[in-house]
Design a protein around this ligand. Structure first.
Ligand SMILES: Nc1ncnc2c1ncn2[C@@H]1O[C@H](COP(=O)(O)OP(=O)(O)O)[C@@H](O)[C@H]1O
Ligand SMILES: [Mg+2]
Length: 277
């Protein structure tokens, strides 16, 4: 890490600014298993929040398989990798997608990808602090799994939205993420989205199984954000490299994500009202 980033981290430690945001707005979207729909959810949730007059920054922080650029059919020349290797500042890698939605793209598959350490993640969060007044929500689409870097990132966020599919394997892997977060004393608020549900019952069963395990073995409570249907339009929108709302305004999943976005705005408002100061 070069001296500029190290100095920034030191200064922020001194100012005791290195941890959570003053108002709760950083959401990390995560999962145990890959392919549960993190990127689909992150992009469409961010878009729906922006349609509800929220100013949103969406960051592709999947260091292994970043594909927000593929989902949105966008070729980016400046990416989070340039920020990590400190050839670009955060402000210089932000793209305006629509009036309320800004994006930072990822860049996986580079053989010379900069090594990302906990300090680099700290550097990202400190840099976000300097621009966060411009946004109501900052959403991070994360890598699947729960390695040390992901756990570090999830802990530093205000909210973790765990996206699972209804299958027991995905639910089990979600439990492992929650367990590791609890073992690492994470205070981030955790919400579950069950995606790709054939019917509401599937979603309810999956959430109940996860919630019972978390309650019984970890003595913690986990909240449901909601269910998203397995939707052919969702699948086709991805094939078409379009956001669901643009592809099919009337899609069931688009309506469900809209309602999750509305609900999340209320959750965040209540959390911010209850914050001291
Ligand atoms: N609600 C949904 N309905 C139908 N297919 C979905 C839905 N959500 C995700 N998918 C499918 O799952 C695949 C994986 O989604 P993606 O967002 O890339 O997962 P992740 O980012 O967790 O790896 C997509 O390519 C899409 O085909
Ligand atoms: Mg993804």
């Amino acid at each position: 890490m070069n001296t500029q980033a190290s100095r920034l981290i030191e200064l922020n430690k001194l100012a005791d600014l290195g941890n959570k945001s003053p108002s709760s707005k950083i959401i990390s979207v995560c999962s145990g298993k890959g392919g549960t729909g993190k990127t689909f959810f992150s992009a469409n949730f961010a878009n729906q929040l922006s349609k509800l007059n929220q100013r949103v920054l969406l960051i592709d922080l999947d260091l292994n398989f970043s594909n927000l650029n593929v989902l949105l059919n966008h070729t980016s020349t400046r990416t989070i990798a340039n920020f990590f290797e400190q050839s670009e500042l955060l402000d210089d890698i932000i793209f305006s997608y629509s009036s309320n939605l800004d994006l930072i793209f990822g860049d996986s598959g580079r053989s010379d990808y900069p090594r990302v350490s906990r300090e680099i993640i700290d550097y990202l969060f400190i840099s976000i602090q300097k621009i966060q007044h411009r946004y109501d929500f900052i959403i991070m689409d994360s890598s699947a799994g729960a390695d040390n870097l992901v756990i570090h990132q999830l802990k530093k966020s205000d909210y973790n939205v765990i996206v699972t599919s209804p299958e027991p394997t995905a639910v089990m892997d979600s439990y492992v993420v929650v367990k590791l977060l609890v073992e690492n004393d994470s205070s981030a608020k955790k919400y579950v989205v069950v995606n790709k549900c054939i019917d509401p019952e599937e979603g309810e069963n999956a959430f109940m199984n996860l919630s019972i395990a978390v309650n019984h073995f970890l003595k913690k409570k986990i909240d449901l954000l909601g269910f998203i249907s397995q939707d052919t339009s969702a699948h086709k929108s991805i094939l078409n490299q379009e956001l669901l709302l643009n592809f099919d305004n009337d899609a069931i999943a688009a309506d469900e994500i809209y309602r999750l976005a509305e609900q999340f705005i209320t959750i965040a408002q209540m959390a911010n009202n209850n914050q001291p100061g």
